[in-house]
Design a protein around this ligand. Structure first.
Ligand SMILES: CC(C)(COP(=O)(O)OP(=O)(O)OC[C@H]1O[C@@H](n2cnc3c(N)ncnc32)[C@H](O)[C@@H]1OP(=O)(O)O)[C@@H](O)C(=O)NCCC(=O)NCCS
Length: 177
């Protein structure tokens, strides 16, 4: 592991960082690419705080994380939709601060989240969804070990166009290899 990666860690997300995350999302298109239909534009801190309530349930379905580099937040992601009965969850709302992209931080964060999902939560399956046009995210997920499951055609309307959506997943046995 490089010195840069050694200076980074995935930690539980703190609400005081919401403003920082929102500053990385400049438009409705950015928001949809990042979070699908979770939020309504304009994205507010209130919406984000509401969304995070699922992390405080007696049996949480959401685990929000910050990627920190020497204490400074540079990324955010979630394990969401935790279904205890099926040992499955989703990797969601993955984002790296604009100025830190294309430096392998995304791949590092995804791998750390997988460690939590399979190692700590004991999951059998971790899924995700990503829009077809999002080449950097798809490459990042493939590099981390996710495999393609299929395409949902023209599921959201952004401006005048409809976006296709890919489903990907990784199973425990694939993560263990
Ligand atoms: C998707 C995202 C998290 C990736 O993070 P990142 O730190 O830039 O990704 P990495 O540097 O770890 O790159 C992973 C791979 O993707 C490649 N990649 C990065 N940007 C790319 C681009 N624009 N086009 C093609 N490949 C790209 C990298 O080269 C790397 O592949 P490699 O190991 O073969 O070199 C980041 O771009 C982001 O925050 N995007 C906005 C929010 C978003 O779309 N989130 C995904 C929601 S599903």
């Amino acid at each position: 592991m490089s010195a840069t990666m050694r200076s980074m860690e995935l930690v539980p997300f703190k609400q005081k960082h919401i403003r920082e995350i929102l500053s990385w999302i400049k438009s409705e298109t950015d928001m949809i690419q990042w979070a699908g239909a979770t939020f309504v534009w304009p994205l507010t801190q209130k919406q984000f705080r509401e969304h995070l309530k699922a992390a405080r349930l007696e049996h949480p379905t959401l685990y929000p994380f910050a990627l920190e580099k020497r204490g400074k937040i540079v990324g955010y992601c979630e394990i969401s939709d935790h279904r205890r009965r099926y040992n499955s969850a989703m990797l969601s709302r993955v984002i790296i601060s604009t100025r830190y992209r294309k430096k392998d931080f995304g791949k590092f964060m995804v791998k750390q989240a997988m460690q939590y999902a399979f190692g700590d939560l004991g999951l059998h399956r971790l899924g995700l969804g990503v829009y077809v046009s999002n080449k950097s995210a798809i490459r990042c997920y493939k590099k981390a070990g996710f495999v393609l499951e299929g395409t949902l055609r023209e599921v959201v309307k952004v401006g005048n166009s409809y976006w296709n959506y890919l489903r990907m997943s990784i199973l425990r046995k694939e993560w263990e290899c």
